[in-house]
Design a protein around this ligand. Structure first.
Ligand code: SF4
Ligand code: SF4
Ligand code: SF4
Length: 335
């Protein structure tokens, strides 16, 4: 009980600390990758390529995941990206969108933008019907990727794509995208950053197909927030706290794919046991279970991959170096 009380009383600080830790690690990995890229371009000392940056290659990871199901072969080129995707999907199935609420550094950045927008008093609260329409955008993007990858590409096409120079250089091309954006990509980036300050959590709620996929899986998760209508006093503190824009005060059970498992609604509710976390068959479980499960699953996948030699790419640094030097001239293969 003492652990639960401590957790619930400090949930915002704990969540920010966990998110910030993952975000700082991601920034560190990004900087290490920048140094590796510099070395590959003949500038600076050799620095080992950090596998964690492959987490930003979800399309490659999705293709690799399909190939595992079809052939049992684990991707040797960007294995860490595949491990991170598998961890996020497992979290989605067992602990809702805990990956979004507690781990994803982009979600944390989106929150910081929202927080800044609130301080600057430029946040817009759009009506629920327009939020629903905008939310459908991410499902359209997800549907497109699932159609092209899961439905359309067979093993031969996937294997062929994964071995292309384009896939090998995917992380370098992503870095080049940010280091030297053309005017169109710069305009899109400025637009996305700007709306993140104005529309609360806009990237995650409206546009991210990764989050859309996790939200669909979360429907099967045994963990969910439950409201006891008899003890609810209708104060709506839960609604105002919810980063997913969910009207918690109007639900009995929160099954929404927008729920990121932050548990902040449970913490803010003034009535004891009115909002609780429930497991399978409606059993009440301690709220800290969801984030702890989320982090343990993520670290468990990472540790298992590390010790079973499925984390580090099997492609040599010298091969990456040669591919990166021609990365700017490599275009997307057509099928
Ligand atoms: S919706 Fe996408 S960007 Fe946002 S936290 Fe989830 S995975 Fe990350
Ligand atoms: S419903 Fe509760 S746990 Fe889910 S996102 Fe909203 S505040 Fe967080
Ligand atoms: S915070 Fe608790 S008491 Fe207030 S509306 Fe939400 S569920 Fe009801």
């Amino acid at each position: 009980m003492a652990i639960n009380d401590f957790f619930m009383n400090n949930i915002t600080i704990i969540r920010r600390a966990v998110q910030a830790s993952f975000a700082l690690f991601t920034l560190y990995a990004g900087y290490q990758f920048f140094l590796f890229y510099q070395w590959s371009m003949g500038q600076g000392e050799y620095v080992a390529k950090p596998p964690a940056v492959e987490g930003f290659l979800p399309i490659s990871a999705l293709l690799s995941l399909k190939r595992i199901f079809l052939t049992g072969e684990f991707d040797p080129i960007h294995p860490a990206g595949l491990v991170i995707l598998m961890a996020a999907l497992t979290i989605g199935l067992l602990a809702r969108k805990g990956f979004c609420g507690w781990i994803c550094p982009v979600g944390f950045a989106s929150h910081l933008a929202q927080w800044s927008g609130a301080r600057l008093k430029i946040l817009l609260n759009i009506p629920a019907w327009s939020a629903s329409i905008l939310s459908s955008l991410k499902y359209l993007l997800l549907g497109f990727f699932l159609y092209v990858i899961v439905w359309n590409m067979d093993v031969a096409a996937i294997t062929s794509f994964l071995q292309t120079p384009y896939n090998l250089a995917a992380d370098a091309k992503m870095l080049q995208f940010f280091l030297a954006p053309n005017s169109l990509t710069l305009a899109i980036l400025i637009f996305l950053v700007t709306i993140s300050f104005v529309l609360p959590n806009s990237w995650c709620r409206f546009l991210c197909p990764y989050g859309a996929l996790l939200g669909l899986l979360a429907y099967f998760s045994p963990l969910q927030v439950n409201r006891d209508p008899d003890s609810c006093i209708g104060c709506q503190k839960c609604d105002r706290q919810c980063p997913g824009g969910i009207k918690v005060s109007q639900k009995q059970t929160v099954r929404s794919p927008e729920c990121i498992g932050c548990i902040e609604c449970v913490a803010v509710c003034p009535k004891k046991d009115c909002l609780t976390l429930q497991g399978a068959a409606g059993t009440k479980v301690a709220a800290w279970l969801l984030p702890v499960l989320t982090v343990l699953i993520f670290l468990g996948f990472w540790a298992t991959a590390l010790f079973s030699d499925h984390w580090q790419s099997k492609v040599s640094p010298e091969t990456f170096r040669q591919i990166y030097q021609i990365a700017e001239r490599i275009s997307h293969p057509t099928y």
